[in-house]
Every structure is written in C-alpha cells, then in structure tokens.
Design a protein around this ligand. Structure first.
Ligand code: COA
Length: 259
C-alpha cells in the first residue's frame, strides 16, 4: 500500500491521516483507494473502538478532490467517479464505530464532504470550511449537495454552494456544522476528551445509535419511530444493557464489555 494515507494506533483508537501535505491533502484516486481499504480493516478489527480522521501538516484537513484528476474527465467517467467517491464516503458514514474528524485548516470540497460523514467534527479556530466547486465551473460530487443541506439547512447550504465562499470556524460552529472549535494547541486534547467519553459507553449502544440516527433521518417520522423501536429492542437484548440497567440500580458504574 502507498503512503497517501497513514495509519496509527494508540490504545483502542485508530488515527487515519490524509497524507498529501504538499497538495493540502487533496483526494486523488490512490488516496481514496487506500482510505477505503484502511476503513475496512479498522471496521473488522475488534480491538479498535473509535476512529480519528485528520490531515497531515498544519495547513489543511483536506482541500478537496484533486483538481488535476478532474480536469480531463469525460461525463461518463465523472459520473462513475462521483458514484465511487460517494460510496467511499457513505462507507465511512456507515462504519459501526464512532468517527471523529480532527480538522485543522482548510476543509474544502471533498474534504468537507468527508468530514460531514463523520460523527463528530472538532476544529481548530483557524479552520475554513466550504464547497468551492462552483468556482471551478463544477458542483460537488461526493455527497456535498445533500449532506450540507441536511446538516445546516437549505438556506445556508444554497448560499455556500452558489457563492462558493468559505466560512470560518466561528460561523461553522454557529451553523452547527462542527461540534466544537478550539485553539489549535488544544485540538488533540479536545479530541481525547470526546474519545474518553465514548470509551465509557457500550460500543454496542453506540453502534445502534448510529444506525438509528443515520438511517432514521432518511425515513418519514412514522417509519423512523418504528425503526427506532426495532433498534431499541435490539439494544436491550445485549449484556451491556443488562449491565447498564443493573449498575444504575446497584448505584455503581457499569462495566461494559461490548457483548
Ligand atoms: N487539488 C489538487 N491540488 C491542490 C488542491 C486540490 N483541490 N488544493 C490545493 N492544491 C495544491 C496546489 O495546487 C498547490 O500545489 P503546488 O504547490 O504544486 O502548486 C498546493 O496544494 C498548495 O496550494 P496553494 O493553492 O498554493 O495554497 P494557497 O494557500 O495559495 O491556497 C487554497 C489554498 C485551499 C485556497 C487553494 O489551494 C485552493 O483553492 N484549492 C482548491 C480548493 C477547491 O476548489 N477544492 C475543490 C476541488 S473540486
């Protein structure tokens, strides 16, 4: 495997780093292929509880799809490429483990599309967010038109998409596009705080929560509530649920085993 994506393990956390610093970590085909393969590996690795995705260097999380690759694409190739990129990003979104985007610097185009598929987005205060594709005469093709509107609403999404203008971290927080904004020196600590909170939970409950929220949001309310009830039934069938409920009654901290 190449080095467009780096993988590091610290205890039960897998950190994946987009590693094309000279190109502001722009997404090219080798990078996306490696990312997809790595995500499958960490999904299958039971010793990994959570995943952090970040960008190499201090300038960018990711400045988008690699413009050089897009330049000569035929419409058919571009359609297929878009479907493939969407599938990689949807795979990321559907991972059974919590995923945190650690964002420092530019988070543009495909970078924002990737970040929007994560469960948490924690950013440094110098980060910049946008979908600038319109400035290149194209549109986002990695889910941006859909996920941005779902996350921040149609009004602001349309403005960002049509003007192509980026927003700063403060505005991203105000729009609830990110969970948290901190000075860059505090970024790792902020990510660790979230990881520690997640570590104390049942991994099965977290997994079921992801299913309920991500799948339910795409259903009408009646079906979504029905789906939630099915998820609730599945959550309560675990040993972790028995432990969590009993621990409350016993006035002690639960010990979740992920079974
Ligand atoms: N694809 C390929 N290369 C990219 C890239 C992208 N999306 N974004 C940045 N790069 C490369 C630049 O070409 C440059 O490479 P070079 O040194 O070989 O010329 C390097 O990364 C640094 O970028 P540069 O533009 O010189 O930095 P800057 O500080 O002047 O500007 C940005 C930073 C992010 C504003 C600018 O790089 C940019 O607008 N990038 C494209 C963003 C975009 O439109 N993304 C959507 C693509 S569909």
């Amino acid at each position: 495997m190449g080095k467009e994506v780096l993988y590091k393990r610290r205890d039960d956390v897998a950190t994946i780093t987009l590693n094309r610093e000279d190109a502001l970590n722009a997404l090219n085909t080798p990078l996306l292929r490696q990312l997809r393969a790595l995500l499958a590996d960490v999904e299958a690795d039971e010793s990994v509880r959570a995943i952090v995705i970040t960008g190499a260097g201090d300038r960018a999380f990711c400045a988008g799809a690699d413009v050089h690759e897009l330049k000569d694409m035929s419409p058919i190739r571009a359609r297929d490429w878009s479907l493939w990129v969407q599938s990689v990003i949807s795979y990321l979104e559907q991972l059974s483990k919590p995923v945190i985007a650690r964002i420092n610097g530019y988070c543009l185009g495909g970078g924002l599309e990737l970040a929007m598929a994560c469960d948490f987005r924690i950013a440094s205060d110098s980060s910049v967010f946008g979908l600038p594709e319109v400035n290149l005469g194209i549109i986002p093709g990695g889910g941006g038109t859909q996920r941005l509107a779902r996350l921040v609403g149609r009004t602001k999404a349309m403005e960002m998409l049509m003007t192509g203008e980026p927003i700063d971290a403060k505005e991203a927080l105000m729009l609830r596009l990110v969970n948290q904004v901190v000075p860059v020196a505090e970024l790792d600590a902020a990510v660790d705080t979230v990881l520690n909170k997640l570590r104390a939970k049942s991994r099965l409950a977290l997994r079921t929560l992801k299913l309920a929220v991500n799948n339910g949001l795409e259903m009408d309310l009646e079906r979504a509530l029905r789906y939630e009830a099915e998820c609730f039934g599945s959550a309560i069938s675990t040993h972790d649920a028995k432990e969590g409920l009993q621990a409350f009654i016993d006035k002690r901290k639960p010990v979740f085993k992920g079974t």
